[in-house]
Design a protein around this ligand. Structure first.
Ligand SMILES: C[S@@+](CC[C@H](N)C(=O)[O-])C[C@H]1O[C@@H](n2cnc3c(N)ncnc32)[C@H](O)[C@@H]1O
Length: 349
């Protein structure tokens, strides 16, 4: 009986998180657009509201309400300046909101809170009701699927590519630190769906013996910087993939269903040597029942986002990864957890 009362009480509190669930993302978007984290970080000591309002040219009482929310959510700290005044200070979390900061996720938040990416969520229930694969919620809202829309709209393309850069920087760093041995004896590496080559340039910097091939659709490769250690190649991964010792796929396979993944992986298998080749996949591995996994909920949210934004994409459990890899002709694979939402999967012919 007591459990039931406690559960009831908890539910009555928790439901408010759903009623106003969007408030968190839009307040943080507002903070990024105003540059609040940047200004407080540059100030160097606790910054009073009056000075913050002047620096940002904001209406002080409205800014106070936004700051009160973010202090409550521990995005910023409030610290005494003197007996009568307090000021705002940075935290590791607020530094994730600094535009272009080392660990910035600002571009990701700007993408996911953009009208292009928020509108499709209104079609989630329709998506769940339908059988088969008709058009994605993204296409319902924007008139084109994600890749065609990005190709036709350079502004959206930039909005989409910037967070891929943010994630690539953090996840590649986590890969380099967490499992550098994956790149031992890899002399050439093709980054399939490598976008503008950010991930590959970090990898060849960390492992300078690697010759890199950045492979993506023409519009993505067109904005990739040129470098001596990386060749940019445009093409379609469903048709053919340039040859290399290893194929690297980060946040690519989760955009596609099993049948499409198997087609991509078979093309990767054709591109690598039968004896010493491998495919390195950097993707989430869902562990549905694992308690205490702090990133578990982020992986599940990512999975719902792929349902809304991509045509047929999904995050996968270990069993589901095993299925697509075996169906593509890979005989063995291992999974290496890293400090990221994704893990590193090495698969061998
Ligand atoms: C979610 S992004 C990931 C980008 C990059 N791997 C990263 O993690 O930063 C997926 C990439 O797949 C590319 N892509 C989509 N369809 C493709 C195709 N048919 N052939 C090659 N690349 C494709 C997109 O252009 C995009 O750059």
């Amino acid at each position: 009986m007591e459990v039931t009362i406690k559960e009831e009480a908890r539910a009555e509190i928790k439901i408010w998180n759903y009623v106003f669930g969007y408030a968190k993302i839009v307040v943080v978007k507002c903070a990024i657009e105003l540059g609040i984290a940047d200004v407080i970080e540059n100030y160097g000591s606790p910054m009073p509201l009056s000075e913050l309002a002047t620096a940002l040219r904001c209406e002080p009482s409205r800014l106070h309400r936004i700051m009160r929310f973010m202090v409550h959510d521990r995005i910023f700290k409030q610290e005494p300046i003197n007996q009568h005044t307090v000021g705002f200070s940075s935290t590791p979390l607020s530094r994730c909101l600094i535009k272009g900061g080392e660990k910035s996720m600002a571009a990701f938040i700007l993408l996911m809170s953009s009208p292009n990416c928020l509108a499709p969520w209104h079609s989630l229930s329709a998506r769940v009701l339908e059988t088969g694969n008709n058009i994605s919620p993204f296409e319902v809202a924007n008139g084109k699927d994600l890749w065609s829309y990005a190709e036709a709209n350079p502004d959206f393309r930039e909005l989409f590519n910037n967070p891929m850069d943010c994630d690539a920087r953090l996840t590649v760093q986590a890969t380099i630190e967490g499992c550098p041995e994956v790149f031992d004896r890899v002399e050439s590496l093709v980054d399939v769906g490598g976008c503008n080559g950010t991930a590959l340039s970090l990898l060849v910097k960390a492992f300078p013996w690697i010759r890199g091939i950045n492979f993506d659709l023409p519009h993505a490769v067109a904005v990739a910087p040129k470098s001596d250690s990386i060749e940019n190649v445009e093409g379609d991964m469903f048709m053919s993939i340039p040859n290399a010792d290893a194929a690297f796929l980060m946040w690519v396979l989760h955009d596609w269903d099993d049948e499409e993944c198997i087609k991509i992986l078979k093309k990767c298998r054709e591109a690598i040597p039968e004896d010493k080749g491998k495919v390195i996949i950097v993707e989430a591995v869902l562990e549905e029942d694992k308690e205490g996994d702090e990133l578990g909920v982020a992986r599940l949210m990512l999975d719902t986002a792929t349902m809304v934004i991509t045509n047929k994409g999904r995050e996968r459990t270990l069993k589901e990864w095993s299925y697509v890899l075996r169906q593509s002709g890979f005989t063995r694979f291992n999974v290496k957890p890293i400090r990221a939402v994704q893990s590193v999967i090495e698969a061998y012919p």
